[in-house]
Design a protein around this ligand. Sequence first.
Ligand code: PRP
Length: 182
Amino acid sequence: MNQDLKAILVDEDEIQQIVKRISKQITDDYKGRDTKLLLLGILKGSVVFMADLMRNIDLPFEIDFMKVSSYGAGSKSSGNLKITLDIKRDDLSNIDILIVEDIIDSGRTLSNLTQYLKEKGANSVSTVTLLDKPSRREVEYNATYTGKTIPDEFVVGYGLDYAENYRYLPYVAILKSEVYSK
Ligand code: PRP
């Protein structure tokens, strides 16, 4: 294990169990609809989870990506959302969007983004997150599908970074505090 890591929190086997469980739920929930399913990955942290979901959801779907950051309070408004890369579609009226995230922390990103996509006219907006830290919530937000609820530890790997490092690790691990408090 990398010497910057304190412990592995979610190992590769557990991640694959989570991916299979959630992919089956999504497959069951979205099959037989007349609308189009769109997996919307939020860059960059979601890319590894997104790629695993794509290979396990047993339905046709399309993919797209957004890059956003969020600030300020505002569960009712999308005005606090800074969009660096927007969704590449005009008419969302026939589209069921499933936002794919690696982690929910304050809840601001998903709260604001969900509001934004509803205002853009999506038929439905749901969310799937690999990890959830409910103890860090600043605005109320619950994902539709959650992989694992975790304590308030600094986690990296499987897409999650510290200063752009560690995204490539195949598991989720707790970073030693001396690494980020240097
Ligand atoms: C992380 C994560 C979510 C957001 C969650 O992204 O991927 O998008 O923060 O935090 P919140 O619930 O407090 O809004 P980050 O901004 O670190 O970008 P990255 O995915 O490119 O690493």
